[in-house]
Design a protein around this ligand. Sequence first.
Ligand SMILES: NC(=O)c1ccc[n+]([C@@H]2O[C@H](COP(=O)([O-])OP(=O)(O)OC[C@H]3O[C@@H](n4cnc5c(N)ncnc54)[C@H](O)[C@@H]3O)[C@@H](O)[C@H]2O)c1
Length: 267
Amino acid sequence: MTMEAAVYPDLEGGSVCVTGAARGLGLAMAEAFVRAGCHVLLLDIDGAELDRVLPVLAARRRDRVIRTATAPVSDEDAVTEALTGFTARTGELSVMVANAGVSANAPSLGLGLDRWNTALDVNLTGVFVCARAAARVMREGDGGVILTTSSMYGVTAGPERAAYCATKAAVAALTKVLAVEWAPHGIRVNALAPGYVETDLLAGLSAAGRLDTEALRRRTPRGRLGSPQDIAHLALFLSSAVSSNITGQVMVSDGGWTADGYAVTPG
Ligand SMILES: NC(=O)c1ccc[n+]([C@@H]2O[C@H](COP(=O)([O-])OP(=O)(O)OC[C@H]3O[C@@H](n4cnc5c(N)ncnc54)[C@H](O)[C@@H]3O)[C@@H](O)[C@H]2O)c1
């Protein structure tokens, strides 16, 4: 079965911020929101890559406000300023996708505290800062949707992923807290939890011999890795009113990886 883009008419005209949007899953989600007819702010620390992708996205919908902001997600003043500038043009913020994240894979005995602290700063503090900055805008309006990005490695564990698993599990817990706390403001908060997704990052690791994608496929009950579109479709669904009773959930999209307790070592 081929996958056609799901259409959610209620998203049309909404205003969306996606962090970590210069590439990978963030860019795929930003593109999906543009296609759905939203105004989109792409936030990332990589200004050069944002400059490269902006004209491509803007050309898709000339009638929408498509903007970029170069800022680190844990810088509360910079994130707030970027959102303020964007909403001054769009009038509201409907969706925040706090997606930016970094991996810090290394044997735990040798994991430098600089890498540990960077993972905490981006993966956890960055998500909290962006979610809170968004909620401050949303509670002044009609509420909204916040999507955090956890991982299947926030639900299960893998060796040499201490900082990554710890921060992604913390994002899952944070998501539930914020969902409960902000429900009275009409704000829903859910976490995206992808399994291995075929992004440039994964292709690079595979090409460098640091990851065996064929072994990962064999380990996955569905027999394939995820695609950026799998996650983009999930983000649209969770942003639409069709999922209006879903909040505080960690939505795993991993082809059955975490469900499989019988999994043997890939080989
Ligand atoms: N790709 C996967 O297989 C996979 C699986 C599970 C979860 N995830 C999660 O999904 C999210 C996106 O992953 P991806 O594969 O697209 O990653 P990626 O490395 O391709 O892209 C991440 C983007 O975040 C940006 N970024 C990094 N630090 C930042 C900061 N401090 N402030 C602002 N932007 C920053 C980078 O410049 C980059 O553009 C991450 O949170 C990741 O942990 C990815």
